[in-house]
Design a protein around this ligand. Structure first.
Ligand SMILES: Nc1ncnc2c1ncn2[C@@H]1O[C@H](COP(=O)(O)OP(=O)(O)O)[C@@H](O)[C@H]1O
Ligand SMILES: [Mg+2]
Length: 225
């Protein structure tokens, strides 16, 4: 297995030293295989979202190290980490942050409007990404007019705008039914097989877990076999 991301003895302690201290992640070491779908299972509160934030460089560990291709990134500057995150990692998080009054294309193009890409180029790329996800007949629909599964695809399309090689999804099936979940997983699997995309997904849904190449389980902040 070639590891693209590696966490070594990471801890995440929220509110350290306060009466509300929480050991959300305790001494976790994990290798994320390049080009595979890795799933993190475990009950609510077991630390899945926190691990995803650490692996996705959104937060720094309280203790321990996170490596991206052998490079230790947990101690590097926030500016550098943000750059790496923007260039390489896509996120599909629970709260989708879509803007209901804007169309699918506008929502997907949005993050690119703050870069040096022109509006036309951003919208064309957005159409390409949406079309690849089977949304060609919904490009100009407002997000408020879309089903849950379609909204989910809009979020995926948006997370793929910067052509990441790592995609991190937190509870991606929480707002869609089982048929759409299977669709979504097939899409993610296709991207991993065709483009070598590395997918890390946290879920307590057995459908999601059973579809992945590798499953890790979390309990009370620790990885369990
Ligand atoms: N920002 C935070 N501040 C304090 N505690 C937090 C924060 N985020 C998560 N926690 C706590 O850390 C634990 C793990 O949370 P989380 O990683 O969200 O678990 P999961 O995604 O498995 O439900 C929970 O007990 C939660 O209450
Ligand atoms: Mg969570």
């Amino acid at each position: 297995m070639t590891a693209i991301i590696r966490a070594e003895s990471v801890w995440k302690i929220y509110g350290q030293g306060s009466p509300r201290e929480v050991n959300a992640v305790k001494d976790v070491s994990i290798d994320i295989a390049q080009g595979e779908v890795t799933a993190l299972g475990g009950p609510s509160g077991s630390g899945k979202t926190t691990i995803l934030s650490l692996l996705g460089l959104l937060t720094k560990p309280t203790k321990g190290s996170v490596y991206l291709e052998e490079r230790e990134l947990s101690s590097l500057s926030e500016v550098y980490r943000t750059k790496v995150r923007r260039e390489r990692i896509g996120f599909i998080f629970q709260a989708q942050y879509l803007i209901p009054q804007l169309t699918s294309v506008e929502n997907v193009a949005l993050p690119k409007l703050c870069t040096d890409m022109s509006r036309d180029d951003a919208e064309n790329l957005a159409k390409e990404r949406l079309t690849a996800l089977g949304m060609e007949n919904r490009l100009d629909f407002r997000v408020a007019e879309l089903s849950g599964g379609e909204q989910q695809r809009v979020s995926i399309a948006r997370s793929l705008m910067n052509s990441p090689d790592i995609l991190i999804a937190d509870e991606p099936s929480s707002s869609i039914d089982e048929a759409l979940t299977k669709d979504l997983l097939a899409t993610l699997r296709g991207m991993s097989e065709e483009n070598g995309l590395t997918v890390i997904v946290a879920s307590h849904d057995p459908t999601v877990l059973n579809w992945s190449d590798r499953i890790y389980h979390m309990q009370d902040g620790s990885l369990v076999e």
